[in-house]
Write a protein that binds this ligand. Structure first.
Ligand code: ARG
Length: 601
């Protein structure tokens, strides 16, 4: 039965008030209702709705073309995709969201949103808060495994990328009401500790007194112990013994290990503190006691086999197997990761486990994800949960196009790098004479917000898979797509509201948004797209999508402000509310990107 417009569909649309979620999702529900009526024999046709950038509408539904090729053999009462598009349009439930619907070209169904509804939605958000625009996620708990530097080795710019990208992803998930376990999977286990501990005993017979200052630079300590290890066979022998004694749990060795970890940890946390990033450490060592049991279980399933003295799992698509027990009987990176995955799925009940590392580790992740699928821990189908995702990223390059290093071609200390960003933005504030206007405290906090924000944004705005060039000059530029430019845009919005002398909280309650001209409407439409953009950035694990959005927001706001006088006009109240809504959305974007907003600049 090919139904035309029916009563039942209209009833569904009346529940609209309860529907939350992005504009796109709300429209998708309406189109879903239409499709169920238009092609009742096609089970679960997923409505394809997208924002459109043409003169025909704000959103479009693109189902007609592909659906037509599926149903044409069944001789439906409409001929061709445009007619199918007409039917989809006719069966669309009435909704206060929609101003008009039209069919164009090959069957695209275009929707123009109602100005009145748009204005009301923005007003509602202003009163009830931006959290009401949070997208929904089909998962309750996720793990984001990020930053994860290695003890006693340098925390390099790659770890900085992981830290910045991982934090943003965690923030987006948290905003979407997902409980996030922010895991710092530090490399705190492994054979290098034998060497470090033995060297510590040698240098400091009373090693308990070997404080951070005594050891000084842990990286130099690592280097020196490595030299000793490579040059003295007797030392090497002792170091190998030390690993066994450490892993056997001997107190003195455990203490020395803990001390070395502590010194490293203090270094890492200086970086996290500067960046305002929260992480919970569960290092590799944490999973160590669970490894034998997990390997045992995998062996009983018949997954683990012998290969050249080692024990391995074969996985499809790779010509080397995944080694889970080395030929000397020891465990490795993969055994730990498999075990950590088991723990996260079974003990922590996480449904989505996200790993943020450089693309160089892609093979490792692909292999142990496949091993987990073979074990039946994860469904074969990547679109169902629980699932794992590897968020890979490219290299950080210096302005010479090579791997980012200091002038003396050493690894850049991250703390120094962040200090430099702050120093340079502070210099700029001084140049602008802010020291005469502001308190010392305000200068400091603004320099930090601008400087650290610039470092984060420069990293996040690119598609993460590409390499990016680290340049203070570029990232601190106040023109172009930089955090500094965005901070200025935000500060300007704040200043418009301040200078109006109006109590914005009062206006929210008493005033109304009215979308008179196209500049106002364009701005409102962009604001309303916020939820679907966060949803997309989160689904595809691409923070740059949110960066593009906030950059466009400031451009669209500029156009609006250029053309629409705010203070002292008849439209003042409505326009101030639009300014406020822009500020609220922009601050939420900053928050999701881990950037502290500045209210004057
Ligand atoms: N420590 C590793 C490195 O520095 C990153 C760890 C990433 N997380 C994981 N579960 N493997 O390369």
């Amino acid at each position: 039965a090919w139904a035309t417009k029916t009563q039942s569909v209209t009833t569904m649309a009346n529940q609209e008030d309860e529907k939350i979620g992005s504009v796109k999702n709300q429209l998708a529900e309406l189109f879903g209702a239409s499709l169920r009526v238009t092609v009742p024999d096609e089970a679960d046709v997923e409505p394809l709705v997208a924002a459109c950038n043409n003169n025909f509408g704000d959103y479009q539904c693109n189902n007609a073309m592909s659906l037509w090729s599926k149903i044409k053999a069944k001789k439906p009462p409409f001929r061709g995709p445009p007619k199918l598009g007409e039917a989809i349009k006719d069966n669309l439930p009435a909704s206060e969201m929609i101003e008009s619907v039209s069919v164009a070209g090959a069957g695209f169904v275009n929707v123009v949103l109602s100005k009145n509804w748009m204005a009301k939605s923005i007003q509602k958000m202003l009163i009830e808060g931006i959290d009401t625009w949070a997208p929904k996620r089909p998962v309750k708990r996720a793990v984001v495994d990020f930053s994860s530097p290695n003890i006693a080795k340098e925390m390099h710019v790659g770890h900085l990328r992981s830290t910045i990208i991982g934090d943003t992803l965690a923030r987006m998930l948290e905003f979407s009401n997902v409980e996030v376990l922010r895991r710092n999977h530090v490399g705190d286990w492994g054979t290098q500790f034998g060497m470090l501990i033995e060297f510590l005993f040698e240098k400091f017979p009373n090693f308990e007194d070997a404080t951070e200052t005594a050891i000084g630079d842990l990286q130099a300590f690592y280097k020196a112990s490595k030299e000793r290890f490579d040059s003295d066979p007797a030392f090497k022998e002792r170091a190998q013994q030390a690993v066994v004694r450490l892993q056997g749990g001997e107190v003195r060795y455990r203490q020395a290990w803990a001390q070395i970890c502590e010194i490293s940890r203090n270094e890492f946390y200086k970086v996290y503190q500067r960046l305002g990033i929260h992480l919970e450490e569960k290092g590799e060592s944490f999973y160590n006691p669970y490894i034998p049991g997990v390997i045992q279980a995998l062996t009983e399933m018949g997954l683990v086999v012998e290969s050249e003295g080692a024990r391995v799992i074969n996985v499809e698509g790779h010509n080397i197997p995944l080694i889970v027990v080395k030929s000397d009987g020891g465990f490795n990176y993969a055994s730990t990761d498999l075990t950590a995955l088991w723990y996260r799925l079974n003990e922590e009940k996480a449904e989505w486990i996200i790993y943020v590392t450089d693309v160089g580790q892609q093979q490792h992740f692909d292999m142990f994800f496949k091993a987990a699928k073979r074990a039946g821990w994860l469904p074969e189908d990547d679109s169902s949960y629980p699932k794992t995702s590897h968020v890979g990223f490219g290299l950080v390059l210096g302005e010479d196009g090579k791997r980012f290093r200091t002038r003396s071609s050493e690894v850049v200390r991250l703390v120094d790098l962040l200090d430099e960003a702050k120093t340079q933005s502070k210099e700029e504030l001084m140049k602008r004479g802010k020291d005469k206007e502001w308190t010392e405290e305000e200068i400091e906090s603004t320099a930090e917000a601008v400087g650290y924000g610039a470092v984060k944004y420069a990293d996040l705005k690119n598609n993460r898979l590409t390499n990016y060039t680290f340049s203070f000059k570029q990232m601190l530029d106040d023109k172009g797509n930089t955090a500094v430019y965005l901070q200025y845009a935000h500060a300007r919005i704040c200043s418009i509201i301040r200078r109006s002398g109006k109590d914005i909280e009062e206006l929210k309650k008493t005033g109304a948004v009215e979308l008179g001209n196209d500049y106002e409407r364009d701005l409102a439409l962009h604001l309303l797209r916020f939820a679907e953009v966060v949803e997309e950035a989160c689904t595809n694990l691409l923070p740059n999508v949110l960066c593009d959005y906030v950059f466009n927001l400031s451009e669209i706001f500029s156009k609006f402000y250029d053309k629409c006088k705010v203070v002292g006009t008849d439209e003042e109240t409505s326009r101030l509310l639009l300014c406020e809504a822009s500020g609220v959305v922009m601050r939420k974007c900053f928050d999701l990107l881990g950037i502290t907003p500045v209210h004057r600049l």
